[in-house]
Write a protein that binds this ligand. Sequence first.
Ligand code: AMP
Ligand code: MG
Length: 487
Amino acid sequence: MSASAQFTITFHSHFAQALPELGTPWEAQKVLTPRLLALNEPLAAELGLDPTALQGPDGLLLLTGNLVPEGAAPVAQVYAGHQFGHYSPRLGDGRALLLGEITDANGRLRDVHLKGSGRTPFARGGDGQAAVGPMLREYILSEAMHALGIPTTRSLAVTSTGRPVHRETELPGAVLTRVASSHLRVGTFQYARATGDTELLRRLADHAIARHYPAAANAENPYIALLKAVITAQASLVAQWMLAGFVHGVMNTDNMTISGETIDYGPCAFMDAFDPSTVYSSIDQAARYAYANQPAAAEWNLARLAESLLPLLHENEQQAVEIATDALDGFAADYAAAWARGASEKIGLRHDVDGDAASVLMQEFLVVLEAHQVDLTLAFRHLGAAASGSAERARSLFGGAAGFDDWMERWLRLGPDGELMSQVNPIYIPRNHLVEEALASATEGDLAPLHRLLNAVTRPYEERPGLERYAASAPADFGDYKTFCGT
Ligand code: AMP
Ligand code: MG
């Protein structure tokens, strides 16, 4: 392995150097016959990586960790986490590596990370592998989220490895090259706290502040400011999920970032018909991470972060607990404010003018949606047309129900802005039946459906002729959708 002159960019190894206790130096497994299945050229350019060079032989080696670029010092990160409420003291990257960081075109530090790059010391019983389908799934979902304007980790590439992966059947293996503003998780803080080494915890917190919340460094107590900033960022993130009908599915504390980006696209999915009890994950038997439970799950996770930070919040434990409780009390208000802002926009009203009325109208609309089992995405999109004078498509979604007509009449009186609505209510989301279709074809070697779907969902607000089937809800025979985790 050697660095190549083709990649003039220098990687950093800030995390590896600043926090050696939280990363084990490790190498990616050898790829046998790498083949690029998806490459995010705009993201590559943003990172200063030449998309043409990435498609060459050395590019494929770089994207799979088989060529360690100048300055990189790959590590498998260690973290703890509550999984479905149960604490695991040592999880860590079982099949992933942090390659290093890149300073992007905007001067921001970005992690370049590999998923499916082989077993690490944290693999436990796992095989360290990832299959083509789930890695492309993360690529589609994360890039759709980004296009929707929802904070998320990004996908730079999916490369098939030529190595078979043994699941229920034998599947082709792949590596996802993921980009994130960092991979610091609530679980990273839980791990650092559990070591009992307060100086390590402080170094981790300082690292997080420098990377994500530099203004917190100037606060009287930077660690209280950090906690509050993460609470606000997560409250805003989950509000955006709720408004978009996104169900994360595995909101364990190791899958919640400090940055406020969505991470770990395993069993997640977007809802078709609006139903707050929606659960997609086949392993979430108790419906812990059902759509409607997501704000509470986030708050629960943030309480675990607050507990981890206690020694930094105040030297007196009782006072530290009071500070933490006070910060956590802010979650509900932060969430409500973020939701109300987004809700106003979705129904075309101005939050500063009609804020309270808009929130009430939105709540009422969701009740009507649920009662009539109407597609969430189409409902908002067609409402936009109704605001601009053509209500037929919206009315037909509700089958002419009086409840909807009554609601619409009251809403139209406030003069909603149809133009604004078409900028915030997508026409194309990664619908489950389309995602499954694209993944099944890709696994069989046909990438065309994947690229057609990506084309639709990465420009989600722009209605285009010929893409009608990407706007339609699932066919009736698609059935009860279930997703699988850890695949
Ligand atoms: P996740 O449910 O994807 O958040 O994963 C939870 C933990 O299991 C993380 O520590 C992962 O790195 C690890 N893990 C998941 N799948 C595998 C696998 N196939 N091999 C090794 N570790 C895995
Ligand atoms: Mg995870």
